[in-house]
Design a protein around this ligand. Sequence first.
Ligand code: MG
Length: 293
Amino acid sequence: MKKIKLIYNSVAGQSKFKYFLDTIIEKFMQNGFEVSLFRAGKKTNLYDYLKNVDSDTYGIIVAGGDGTLNRVVNVMMRNNIKVPLGVIPAGTSNDFAKHIKMPYNFSECIDKIILGNIQEVDVGLANDKYFINVCSAGLFTNASQKTDIGLKNAIGKLSYFFTAVYQLFKFKPFEVKIETENDIIIEKVSLFLIFNGSSAGGIDKLTDGSNIQDGLLDIIVIKDCKFSEVSILLGKILLGKHFDDKKVIYLREKWLRVTKINGNVDDPDVDGDEGPRFPLEVRCIEKGIKMFL
Ligand SMILES: [Mg+2]
């Protein structure tokens, strides 16, 4: 019998997923899979659960948001666990699942996993932390990390909006040096995003056609903006028309180094979770992990 390791985050996405658990296990079992369950929390030991995967394991399936997915990816990459990874979008923010077009209907999502379109995809590495979707720093980028879990569960994604607006009023730009194979940029910036995927904070079209199989990261740097310029740029971003804006620097690179020169900014964030500190050395691990697409 083929095995599924199902990891779920019981507090993700307004805690809805646990009510579907029985239906989901039933569906896998009807299709000939044996399911083992792991209830993931911040302090649970994922490595202990994943270290004994054997050749009968069809897939490791994560039901949660970007943060839960990030923790599983980190354990798999660090321990060379080569089983295909699947994602059921059950978090507050499901940016990577959205990028790979996993259906929001849990049952359809499982159909897709059972169909078994397994492909190698890229993974980002920022210092010692892997990311599957995005590594970022600056204005808005850590709203998910800074938002209270109670508020997240009460009002979902709207809670990020409140955190972001609060940040807007007290934010100061910071100066960075960005080095790539082809460029050195020194600039006062509001934020930067280094994408493997394409959306962040539920906003699509942030990248100009990024691809998780091209061995490259899509980098968006938003220069220091006046308050009045932020809203105009946000409008363009929502329409996906920001790529040639004079406040935007867009790069596509295999690796980059980001050094903070001046100003205060929180440590970078990876997939909505705590990331490494500056200076950042970021690279794309081409085809680093197998996933159900
Ligand atoms: Mg890419």
